[in-house]
Design a protein around this ligand. Structure first.
Ligand SMILES: *Cc1c(COP(=O)(O)O)cnc(C)c1O
Length: 494
């Protein structure tokens, strides 16, 4: 399968999956997209139902990464989604209420859903370097709102021919997220805080990628830049798998009947996770509506309602920091599929120049036929955490709570609707202080003892990867201004 840029207007060369994964971002600033969506037939779905998670992943990835052999993919998926890395299964589906089911995506090494993609992607990149005859080292640059950074560091650590540098907003991540990153082990990793928010970090990384002089300097040192952010197709493709897998599990478990449609609700930031659900729907998985759940940074809610994307607005720091985003990069992929590359290029240029764009009516209608945007305030989110635990017996993190709140809101206005599959994106222990505060109504004085307090309060266990985190050695303390990010990258690329 060939890959094209979302902004492609001329007849630029089409490239292979390995090349798309290696480069991350297209030369014109667009994102790579497969030239078509791989259809899953009823027969395929039946076959997938009897497979293990690694087999399902290899099956679906092989449709998109056809320059990788099935055996390569199966061997990588078996390692990435092993019982050791995902104790208890990679993507289990659990019931929350009568009609809402949680797809728990956080049983991996860093306790957030990013592991689902970032445990497999380094293996795909490693093979891509060989497949494309690359002799230089890949330098991965990551801008993170918290969870990507740790998941990428853990996925890429000590992988040969690859170095990774992570930038995070200095006050924009939780204490535990920060500790997870600055205590990272590995000979090829670097972590740096920036004085700014996530968008500053992401824009800084994008600027470095677009800097021809920097590329030349790095090349002379034997490096080329690559990205691990969800703008990379190697991140996105593995995320399609768990929606297909969840549908199979719901079918096999008798929760739904053959062919029955489900709605999918996703707590959304960069629009990567929900876009993967959209691809699953386009592939033929019976998915009805996609509920795009936002926190107080509800730019997507407004966009889905009005067709205007306007980032000229206040930025809020919330208790769901991985969704504190004003530029949802993967939305560009949805625009590409609904408006085509020429208009996507126009919208993106308007976003870059004016910080806003307005989609045409036909595009708006197409998007509205699949997507509903809703959001939860901070107070609502805290109440959802409380109600879910005390009424439904389900302990959820702050991001999942935003999704659960929106799923319930959607249900209240759509009586007799479909069952909802909610993407549960992080362990409650990753955001223990806010979760505990929501349950007790009292802010904890010490964020670092919050996991113990939450465990005592709820009678649940702290996940293994988060135990003893305060005792680990801190390896990174660099803090820079956004405009000094390039300098910091050059210092690392020795
Ligand atoms: C990254 C993240 C999100 C947002 O996912 P996107 O793909 O960026 O929309 C939501 N919740 C958690 C816990 C995350 O880490």
């Amino acid at each position: 399968m060939n890959y094209v840029s979302t902004r492609l207007t001329g007849d630029a060369a089409e490239i292979s999956a390995a090349m798309a994964i290696k480069t991350g971002l297209a030369g014109d600033g667009g994102l790579f997209m497969p030239e078509s969506v791989a259809a899953l037939t009823k027969q395929d779905i039946d076959r997938l139902c009897s497979m293990s998670y690694p087999e399902r992943a290899a099956f679906i990835l092989s449709r998109y990464l056809d320059d990788y052999t099935y055996d390569e993919l199966l061997s990588d998926c078996k390692e990435a989604y092993s019982e050791e890395r995902f104790p208890g299964g990679a993507a289990p589906v659990k019931q929350i209420t009568n009609d809402i089911y949680s797809l728990e995506l956080w049983h991996g090494p860093t306790c957030a859903f990013k592991d689902m993609a970032l445990q497999i992607m380094p293996r795909l990149l490693s093979r891509a370097l060989v497949k494309t005859g690359e002799n230089r080292n890949a330098l991965i640059l990551v801008a993170t709102s918290g969870d990507t950074g740790k998941a990428a560091l853990e996925g890429y650590r000590d992988i040969e021919q690859i170095k990774i540098k992570v930038f995070y907003p200095v006050d924009g991540v939780s204490r535990i997220q920060k500790l997870q990153m600055v205590t990272q082990e590995g000979s090829n990793v670097d972590v740096c805080a920036i004085k700014g928010n996530f968008d500053d970090a992401q824009n800084g990384v994008k600027r470095i990628f677009a800097d021809a002089e920097a590329a030349h300097d790095l090349d002379s040192k034997g490096y080329f830049l690559s990205s691990a952010n969800s703008i990379n197709w190697g991140r996105l493709a593995p995320q399609i798998v768990y929606y297909v897998s969840a549908y199979c599990d719901m079918l096999s478990g008798g929760i739904i009947k053959d062919g029955e449609e489900i709605d999918v609700c996703v707590p959304t930031g960069n629009f990567g996770n929900i876009f993967a659900a959209y691809i699953a729907k386009l592939s033929g998985i019976p998915i009805g509506r996609l509920i795009c759940a936002s926190n107080q940074n509800n730019i997507l809610t407004d966009f889905l309602k009005t067709g205007v994307y306007d980032r000229n607005r206040s930025f809020y720091t919330t208790m769901s920091p991985s969704m504190d985003i004003l530029i949802s990069s993967n939305l560009e992929r949805l625009l590409y599929l609904t408006a085509g590359p020429a208009r996507t290029a126009k919208y993106m240029s308007s976003l870059a120049k004016m910080g806003r764009y307005e989609i045409d009516n036909d595009v708006k209608e197409k998007i509205a036929s699949c997507f509903t945007g809703l959001f939860c305030s901070e107070e609502q989110t805290a109440k959802v955490i409380r109600d879910a635990f005390y009424n439904d017996g389900y302990l959820c993190d702050t991001h999942t709570a935003v999704g659960l709140g929106c799923a319930k809101m959607y249900q209240d206005s759509n009586k007799g609707g479909r069952k909802i599959l909610l993407a549960s994106t992080a362990s409650p222990y990753k955001f223990a202080a806010d979760v505990a505060a929501a349950l007790t109504g009292v802010e904890s004085a010490d964020a670092l003892s919050a996991p113990d307090a939450l465990s005592a309060l709820t009678g649940t266990e702290i996940p293994l990867p988060l135990r003893g985190i305060t005792e680990r050695k801190i390896h990174f303390d660099e803090v820079v201004q956004p405009q000094d990010m390039l300098k910091s990258v050059m210092n690392f690329a020795l």
